[in-house]
Design a protein around this ligand. Structure first.
Ligand SMILES: [Zn+2]
Length: 314
């Protein structure tokens, strides 16, 4: 793989590239991915809005910004995935196999999507000396909250603190095969930003605000040139006020085929739960909290392998 960085013009011609702006060829590169899960289309809307903001006026002032759609086929059908969860197959050996397999020989829709995504991203992520910040935009099926999932490392903690979103450590160990983990293991700064409920307009606002704060922090934009920056900053600050700053995973409830898992209604993200509290049911009866902490990502949709997480103060 060579290290030639594609120029803005050629990259924008690829239909899955929603936004691409380049100020120089040496500064940091922020790569934002939307729609890894096809039922989470606020990620795409956020990338479009950023493109609009960066196209007006001075645009970006340092490095490079790429906003890209991931699971285009599932997005069209408005489903989480077609054949397999696109955010559970980013194991180095699988990604390598996808790179080595001809497009027409790949059977899974999601693996085809990864192949096309990598054709665009590989010139950036392989053999590149520049600092890369990878952010994968998601939403969830429970109400309330916004947060960042990032690997437990000094670098991530230092660089991603103070951006008005709780940092959650340890979930990347519990969720195997995520893109965020793959990009982290390649040596980049990497995170999933969970903006809120799939259909809550506040989720879109949170995504736009977080991307603005992130690009500002890494010197890609000068906030004084960006219309609406202060407005977004105030809104996300307000949203994050009541949330803890840093938490870590204490418990993950895994759903297996045939479990008939049903979350009890009414749980919201970061709701405090007590050890022994009745949280859900499955075919074998009641599921109670094994530890006290905060509820995270209770499952209120059909597709998904994790019933809920409990996190506690870091
Ligand atoms: Zn998602």
């Amino acid at each position: 793989m060579n290290n030639v960085v594609p120029k803005s013009k050629s990259l924008k011609e690829k239909y899955r590239v929603i936004s691409h702006h380049q100020a120089d060829e040496t500064g940091p590169i922020v790569i934002a991915i939307g729609g890894m899960h096809g039922n989470e289309n606020y990620g795409i809307a956020a990338l479009r809005k950023l493109d609009e903001l960066f196209t007006k006026g001075e645009g970006i002032t340092g490095g490079e910004w790429i906003g890209i759609a991931a699971n285009t086929t599932a997005l069209k059908s408005r489903v989480r995935y077609i054949d397999e969860d696109m955010n559970r197959i980013w194991f180095p050996s699988i990604v390598d196999k996808i790179r080595r397999t001809k497009k027409e020989e790949i059977l899974s829709s999601e693996r085809k999507e990864i192949k096309k995504l990598l054709e665009i991203l590989d010139p950036y992520i392989l053999n590149n000396e520049r600092e890369i910040i990878f952010v994968d935009l998601h939403s969830f099926s429970a109400p309330g909250g916004l947060f960042v999932i990032t690997p437990r490392s000094e670098k991530s903690e230092k660089k991603l603190s103070g951006l008005s979103a709780p940092l959650i450590f340890g979930i990347d160990d519990a969720l195997q095969g995520t893109a965020l983990r793959y990009f982290h293991d390649q040596g980049h700064i990497s995170m999933a930003f969970e903006g809120g409920h799939h259909h809550d307009p506040a989720t879109l606002m949170n995504m736009i605000a977080y991307l603005l704060l992130l690009t500002e922090k890494f010197g890609v934009i000068d906030s004084s040139y960006i219309d609406e920056f202060e407005g977004y900053k105030e809104k996300i600050k307000h949203e994050a006020e009541r949330l803890p700053k840093k938490v870590e995973l204490a418990y993950q409830h895994i759903i297996e085929p045939g479990d008939k898992f049903v979350m009890r209604p009414g749980f919201v993200n970061f709701q405090p739960v007590e050890k022994g509290e009745w949280l859900a049911d499955d075919r074998n009866g009641q599921i109670v909290a094994p530890v006290s902490g905060y509820m995270l990502m209770p499952l209120y949709q059909e597709q998904g392998n994790d019933g809920f997480f409990i996190v506690k103060e870091f």
